[in-house]
Design a protein around this ligand. Structure first.
Ligand code: NAP
Length: 251
């Protein structure tokens, strides 16, 4: 049987999917036939809109809000996902924040907030989905890291540490769960146009732009396309890898 870029019958949970990259991932995985669970923090109205838009286009989406830092809320999300769709096949740990500043001036609170959401959140989500995925003896987990987790970046000690940590978590997850038919990979986007990069100064944007061999900033769809492939059976022999989506910025 030839494998397809087709997710019909599968269920995908995407964290932080109310806007930006996560939203695009949810739309893409739905277009490929997956049932999608849109997670975002409770206050987000964007998450409801994303689910509504997907359903209006013939998809099958539900919105389950909850903070990725809160294990009780996560367990409820997983329980409700399985109640609704019967299974969970794909987890995309996408929720992430920045709180930039030079290390000398970075507060402990800013360090903790970024590590808690970007890294601990992914750990807690992975821990929670691993039980149903192990029972199914199948599943795939995709972590949204960043190229700065590979190369370092001044002014982002907390963010860089979280993304480098996520790469280590990816490899360990891949090794721990591979015997149960579960894969885990990371993507490392470069400069992708979104609310997160909109707030950077023109000088920083210009510097990035000059360093991108493909001569353009990335779009959210560039990330969603690669995740669609990694989530599909076409990628079933890939695990523990980090795929750069950066126009050649880091090579
Ligand atoms: P974004 O537009 O700021 O979206 C981040 C999403 O995460 C938002 O929907 C946000 O919700 C949600 N979120 C924040 N805290 C959360 C929590 N505790 N629990 C659940 N959801 C939470 O950022 P983006 O650019 O799309 O980034 C998505 C991911 O890609 C992040 O992990 C980021 O680090 C990574 N990335 C981005 C770039 C880039 O150039 N944009 C490059 C490399 C990696 P609210 O809307 O309610 O705040």
């Amino acid at each position: 049987m030839s494998l397809q870029l087709d997710l019909a019958g599968k269920t995908a949970l995407i964290t932080g999917a109310g806007r930006g990259i996560g939203r695009e991932i949810a739309k893409k995985l739905s277009q490929m036939g997956a049932n999608v669970v849109i997670n975002d923090i409770a206050a987000s109205t964007d998450a409801d809109l994303t689910a509504e838009e997907i359903n209006a286009q013939g998809g099958n989406a539900i919105c389950l809000k909850g903070d990725v830092r809160n294990f009780e809320e996560i367990e409820k999300i997983i329980e409700n996902t399985i109640d609704k769709f019967g299974r969970i096949d794909i987890l995309v740990n996408n929720a992430g924040i920045t709180k930039d500043g030079l290390m000398m001036r970075m507060s402990e609170a800013d360090w903790d907030d970024v590590l808690d959401i970007n890294l601990k959140g992914a750990f807690l989500m992975t821990k929670a989905v691993s039980r149903p995925m192990m029972k199914q003896r199948s599943g795939t987990i995709i972590n949204v890291a960043s190229i700065v987790g590979v190369m370092g970046n001044p002014g982002q000690a907390n963010y860089v540490a979280s993304k480098a940590g996520l790469i280590g978590l990816t490899k360990t997850t891949a090794k721990e769960l591979s015997s149960r038919g579960i894969t885990c990979n990371a993507v490392a986007p470069g400069f992708i146009r979104s609310a997160m990069t909109d707030k950077l100064s023109d000088a920083v944007k210009e510097e990035y732009f000059k360093a991108i061999p493909l001569g353009r900033f990335g779009e959210t769809e560039d990330v969603a396309n690669v995740i669609a492939f990694l989530a599909s059976d076409l990628a079933k022999y890939i695990t523990g890898q980090v795929v750069h989506i950066d126009g050649g910025l880091v090579m």
